[in-house]
Ligand binder design. Structure first.
Ligand SMILES: *Cc1c(COP(=O)(O)O)cnc(C)c1O
Length: 392
């Protein structure tokens, strides 16, 4: 057994980030400025996005995207129950109503066929907001087709999906000429690339320009352009926006993280493969399967417990891991079971049968680039030990 606790998802930052951060501190420019601009263009290039906007969170990106897509009061937005609350909050914040679509049981992503059925009964639908759960990309072709057919906007929650590919298309590059579409990434401390807190919104140049204004209090020109010597002090307030911009301090960290991202991803792929090889044969476990022809970002490695084979439940399994010095977590309690949404929309737990049945089985185990091989083996050993002791 491990003698030291293995945290579930610590950030992976080093001297390169520290150096770049110091450089920014010494530069006299702390808020959105040259580093944000450089980060936006480097990130945009990395995911092949036509345009990119650096923000202070993925939540801010989802909110700005829905606003820029013209989604508002009286509209409805289709999304998944298996996500973090901020996905649904963004819909509430523009005054629209979330409508949930149950999961595809193989990927745990929003099911495109069920979305089609839901749309038939949802005349006010204005957008679809899929989440690439755990880093496994949704099948975008069918969602794009559905949005084009029904004239809906498509806003991707890509908090987990960096770097991910659907077919040969990077998540973040979505820019169909006839589609209003956006992709929102998270740089929260636990995510595949971190800036402490932060996010990036990608999409068509026109949509990103609208989101940029909204994310800067609705000001016609952002502060750093006005203050950069040649600029004028003058500006106009064009709408009641929010204060959502990223700072140069965050972008400094992000620039260095982005350089490391391909190496980070290679290591995540290795760890996932090692876990899957070790757990494949265990009948008490269902391992995550990568969709063929796509690239999983492996933000999370989510096991599904076959509870029939065990004498303990998922929460006890988590406690047993902790007792063996392994951090673990659960992603997510389905949003329709949280009091705010359950009470506001009178959503029954059973209304999303796949989400309901899968949720007591979900268990995320540690996967991050600076785990050593010994760390990975210690997780495998702990899981196998728990299975040996608590198998039915
Ligand atoms: C982390 C996360 C978010 C929110 O990201 P922030 O940058 O913290 O706003 C949104 N959706 C999902 C699925 C997430 O995991």
């Amino acid at each position: 057994m491990r003698s030291r606790f293995l945290p579930f998802a610590p950030p992976c930052v080093g001297p390169e980030e520290a150096e770049e951060l110091l450089d920014t501190l010494r530069s006299n420019w702390l808020t959105a400025g040259p580093k944000v601009k450089a980060f936006e263009s480097a990130f945009g290039e990395f995911v092949s996005a036509p345009a990119a906007l650096a923000l202070n969170s993925c939540s801010a990106g989802l909110h700005s995207a829905l606003h820029a897509a013209g989604v508002g009061a009286g509209d409805t937005v289709l999304t998944t129950p298996l996500t973090f609350a901020s996905t649904l909050h963004a819909i509430e914040h523009v005054g629209a109503r979330p409508v949930l679509v149950d999961l595809d049981p193989s990927t745990l992503n929003l099911d495109a066929d069920k979305a089609r059925q839901t749309l038939a009964q949802t005349p006010a639908a204005k957008a679809i907001l899929p989440v690439h759960y755990a880093g496994q990309p949704c099948q975008m072709e069918s969602l794009v087709e559905l949005c084009l057919e029904r004239n809906l906007a498509l806003v991707e929650d890509a908090a987990h999906a960096l770097p991910a590919r659907d077919g040969d298309r990077m998540i973040g590059s979505l820019a169909h000429p006839d589609l209003v579409c956006f992709t929102s990434f998270s740089f929260y401390a636990t995510k595949n690339l971190t800036t402490g807190e932060g996010g990036m919104l990608t999409g068509h140049a026109e949509g990103i320009a609208k989101a940029r204004t909204f994310a800067q209090h609705g000001l016609s020109t952002p502060g750093w352009q006005r203050d950069a010597g040649a600029g004028s002090w003058d500006y106009e307030v064009t709408e009641c926006g929010f204060k959502y911009n990223m700072s140069d301090l965050q972008a400094a960290i992000g620039l260095r993280q982005l350089e490391k991202l391909p190496g980070f991803h290679d290591r995540r792929v290795q760890i996932a493969a090692r876990y899957s090889a070790a757990f494949e044969a265990a009948d008490a476990l269902e391992i995550p399967r990568e969709r063929t022809g796509s690239q999983h970002a492996w933000h999370l490695y989510v096991l599904r417990l076959n509870l029939d084979c065990l004498r303990i439940d998922r929460n006890q399994f988590l406690a047993e891991l902790r007792a063996r010095n392994i951090g673990a977590s659960v992603h997510f309690k389905p949003v329709h079971m949280h009091p705010y949404y359950r009470d506001r929309y009178h959503w029954e737990a059973q209304s999303m049968p796949t989400a309901l049945s899968v949720w007591p089985r979900l268990l995320s185990i540690p996967i991050y680039p600076h785990m050593t091989d010994a760390d990975v083996e210690s997780v495998i050993e702990a899981v196998q030990d728990i299975l040996a002791v608590h198998r039915r």
